[in-house]
Structures are given as C-alpha cells and as structure tokens.
Design a protein around this ligand. Structure first.
Ligand SMILES: *Cc1c(COP(=O)(O)O)cnc(C)c1O
Length: 230
C-alpha cells in the first residue's frame, strides 16, 4: 500500500517535471514519516527510498537509531533550541531555521561536534499569523546575519504554503519563493548557497514543482492520514 502510494507520487513528480520542462533529477521527494511507525519507513527502504522527513527531534533521533539501513532524515518541523542536540548530527538538513537566535544555537552545537550543519531558511511567504518563518522582506537580512556563522551552512529556502482547497491558489506564493531565492542568489553572499527550494506537500506538490521546487515534502499521500491522538 505505502509502496504503491510512493510510486504513484514519484510518477506524479516526474510528470510535473515534464510538464514544466524540468529534469526530474532536480527534485528530491522526501517521504514525511512523522507519527508513522518505523515499519512504514522500512517498507520504503526496501524499494530504495533514502529521504525521510520528521517534525519532532526526539522522534527523528529514535528512528535514526533504530532504522536497519542508514538513510537521510530531514528535520522539517519547527525546532526549539533545547532540542537541537537530538538531531544536530543526525539530520542531513534542517529545513526550519527562522531566527538568528536559533541559528546561533545550532552553531554552538555544531561547533562542539566539529561539524557543519546544513540549513534552509523558513519563509512565511503568505504572512500567516499561525505560521513560523521569517517574513519575506526580512529574509535577506537574516541570511546575511547567519552567513557569518562558521558551522552553519545555508543551502536555500523552505516554505509551508497556506492550507487551501484549490492548490492553484498557492501558485503565486511558490512563484514568489522562487523569485526570492533567485534575488538572494544574485547577491552572491559568502558562505550561502541558494540552490535548494523546499516547498510542496501532499495538497500542492505538483504546482510547487511547476514553480521551481527542488524538494517536495509529502506525507499523507504516501503514508495515509496521521493520527495525532495516539
Ligand atoms: C507534515 C508536514 C509535511 C507533509 O504534509 P502532508 O500534507 O501530509 O504531505 C510537509 N512539511 C512539513 C513542514 C510538515 O510538517
């Protein structure tokens, strides 16, 4: 079931790339396994899936330690400074950096381990009250501040688009994100890569790909609905 779902999403990703004249190799499909058991992850590992997304640092840590084969875990959810220690040397990429305070705390933990932490800057592109993320207008300033931290490497931007009935409604936000990425890239800030654009979820990943996403984070379409009560 999960395997079939994954293959269907993968086919849709390829289809969306074709439609947009893009190379499917440019888009990484991250299977968002938050709240789901390790057995679900193992099922996908059997067909060669390597990238998984988690929200809770302790859950990422536990799955990282218990999984049968090493795979890439992405910290996609909001990160509190006191939880960095759980994932700093386990997450391949932290998608959710939205303040200098958080970046500084990541710097400290990374320096302790003599490693470089790869991060994305989370942008609240639709200015939603309920969402984390830096405002679009403040993104470049934040990136310039973080860029001087020697153990933190900015790889690009991430956003969580609004929850909408019609995914077409998010197209303009995805387009704005791509423009923001290119604008900041053109500034050639030292120690900053602007190659990764993490956007698109179950509801809207096809549109996100058409608008330039390089990482889509898909949970429900692969693993089914989540039950937060358990
Ligand atoms: C849960 C989550 C996803 C996946 O959401 P689905 O709608 O289930 O695909 C993607 N990104 C983030 C940051 C999430 O928290």
């Amino acid at each position: 079931m999960i395997t079939d779902n994954y293959k269907e999403v993968e086919a849709n990703v390829i289809e969306a790339c074709k439609k947009a004249g893009r190379d499917p190799k440019e888009v990484l499909l991250i299977a968002v396994s938050k709240t789901k058991p390790l057995s679900d992850i193992e099922e996908l590992i059997k067909i060669g899936v390597k990238d998984f997304g988690e929200n809770k640092p302790q859950e990422l840590k536990a799955k990282f330690e218990d999984v049968s084969t090493p795979v890439n875990f992405h910290q996609i959810g909001h990160l509190q400074t006191n939880k960095i220690k759980y994932i700093i040397d386990k997450a391949v990429l932290i998608h959710s950096v939205d303040s200098f305070h958080l970046a500084e705390a990541i710097e400290k933990e990374a320096a302790k381990r003599d490693m470089i932490a790869n991060v994305l800057i989370e942008v609240n592109i639709a200015n939603e009250e309920s969402k984390f993320g830096v405002k679009k207008e403040e993104t470049e300033k934040l990136i310039r501040e973080i860029s001087v931290l020697p153990h933190v490497k900015i790889k690009g931007l991430m956003t969580i688009a609004p929850f909408v009935e019609n995914p077409e409604d998010n197209r303009l936000y995805f387009r704005e994100m791509k423009h923001l990425l290119l604008d900041i890239k053109s500034k050639n800030i030292d120690n900053v890569d602007m190659e990764t654009l993490s956007m698109g979820m179950t509801n809207d990943y096809k549109i996100a790909i058409e608008e330039g996403s390089t990482m889509v984070r898909v949970g429900t379409a692969i693993f089914g609905e989540r039950n937060y009560a358990i």
